[in-house]
Design a binder for this molecule. Sequence first.
Ligand SMILES: C[S@@+](CC[C@H](N)C(=O)[O-])C[C@H]1O[C@@H](n2cnc3c(N)ncnc32)[C@H](O)[C@@H]1O
Length: 643
Amino acid sequence: MKNKIKNNSRENLISSDLVIKNYLLAFKLVSEFKTKTTSIEKIHRSIIFLYLANLIIARDCNFSSSLIKKYYISLKSIFKADIIKFNDQFFSSKIFNNQHPFSQMGYVIDISHQFYLSNIISDKNSSTKFSDSSGYRKMRGAFYTPYKIASLIVSKTLNELSHNKIKHPKILDMGCGTGVFLSAAAHQLRERNYSEDSILYEMLHGSDVEDLSNIIAKVILQTEMGLLIDNFSNLKSIKTEDIIFGNLNHNLFQAKNNSSLFNAVIMNPPYDRLKADGGTKSEKKLVEKKINFIKNLNIFKNSSSGSIDLYRLFIDKGISLLKPSGIIGAIVPMTFMADKSAAAIRKKLINTNAISEIIIFPEKAKIFEKVTQACSIFIANLKGGNETITITEMLNSSNVLRKIKVPLSVIASTSPNYSPIPLIKKTEIHLLDKLNKFPRIGEIHGITNRRGELDLTLDKKYLNGFDSRLLKGISIKFFSTNKIFKVDYKKFIKAKAGTSRVDDIYSERIAGQQISNIATHQRLKFALVPKDYILGNSLNYLKVDKKLFLKNSFSIYSLLGFLNSNILNWRFKLTSSNNHVNNYELDDLPIPINAPKNKIEALNKVVYKICKGNHIQNKKLIDNMNAIVQDCYKITKNNFSKT
Ligand SMILES: C[S@@+](CC[C@H](N)C(=O)[O-])C[C@H]1O[C@@H](n2cnc3c(N)ncnc32)[C@H](O)[C@@H]1O
């Protein structure tokens, strides 16, 4: 029974508030059948089963109370679910029938199940209870993908598979939830004339730790593929298991040989951190066990250092389950684009020329239900061979702001250390390429770049002194310092005696705020700090060795001019993905350290004037400084005005 028109149950969206209102009504009604031993989970499962029966009815446009009873019984026996026994009167009450059309029903089920996951708390004595909010959904990262986004990722993944000439792909959705990716893949494979049997029993595979979402995925998929209820099966290719940790002693989902590997992984993995703080003693122990487990596995070597994000573990695991020319199509947090935490995995994909496309959704696009998070889709073809990455910046969930192709060589040379992917305009590529040719701060012998020496938390004991010699983040403005704080100067120096930190205190330095809001125009703001001042760790600082002066008069004033220039502010913003200014980001900034002496001297002069004469507001002087800086980079005004 092929019904091409009715194959997408998530096609039409509906207000989630209305869905939740209906769900709570259903909850009340089903609760009337509650016995002493009925848990909230059992009530929820019963509602979901009724919703699924409704989905089939809505598809077949064939309602009768005896049919809904039949569907209910079939589904119950297929999935051996623990659900309430309803009586005939209940089945004829019509309360669940035809509430939503088929084209909405899948979406309704997704929202209802997420609502349940967000609002239950487990309680050993009374099984499960509703609460206003619980960490359960967050813990599992159960934020389901809108169909349109899943479908976009699937279509790009299938195109890459065609590009690799894969005729009969085996596709895995890791953390499949209620199966929106699997549905989108099924629809598109059907359009490409694959049979329902191949799609369901050979091509599509899924796994999720959460049992009920897998059941939902299986029923929706089979309903959408037009199967008759008698033909529904408990699809073995969709498994309930922990794809990352297995049972911690034996990893179930491990590819054993080449034939068990996949051609493509599609996914919206959970985004949470794996952290041992918070939670009960036993939860903490479990997290520690998980961390040890992954740290000992080679497949997680690019995702298990520092603080561990689940999404990075999913990418590493996905790569290990793919054939050598496999494809990954995923939606992940924006941090994947530029944060140091994701550097190892990003570098691996960039250095092997695997990433072909990136689509960026800003926070305001709000693509997930009731979540504000900037995300990016990436498509990677492990076969490599991509010379450019197509980067699309979205204005919102459906409109494109800009789309450009950036040469991978430019991306790789922007920061060989952590390979951030710059958010760049077409006219800026040439400029970035030009800047990339200059030595970076981290490579220049004679420039020190560090975080302030006084930890405002750990070194609190020094803050009750009487010396006005401490600068914190808020002390530093663009070219000037303002607020100075009290510190016990002598005691602090004594404590740090013998370390290079004390030498730094005795030097004149450039300091800049460690926190700088991503939305502000001028993100890099530095000022000169005289010697004998202590800097809090809310500041970064740079020091210039006097030896550099000998060659071309390069001094602390020259570096301050470059750091506060509009060119480096533009360059910094290209790869910054959060509100911090990190030392490793400063290390990557290019400096024309070998610029001609006359240009550096002109720069020193104008920067000196800005600092000493309190001319910060003097636009003419700042313009003059920017012009000299551009000249040192051999960039024309015309080049830069295109940014
Ligand atoms: C962001 S949701 C995405 C669900 C679905 N793929 C979608 O896009 O709507 C992440 C899913 O991963 C599942 N998950 C979390 N940790 C998992 C693990 N260790 N193994 C398997 N699945 C996991 C969660 O239960 C959740 O359904």
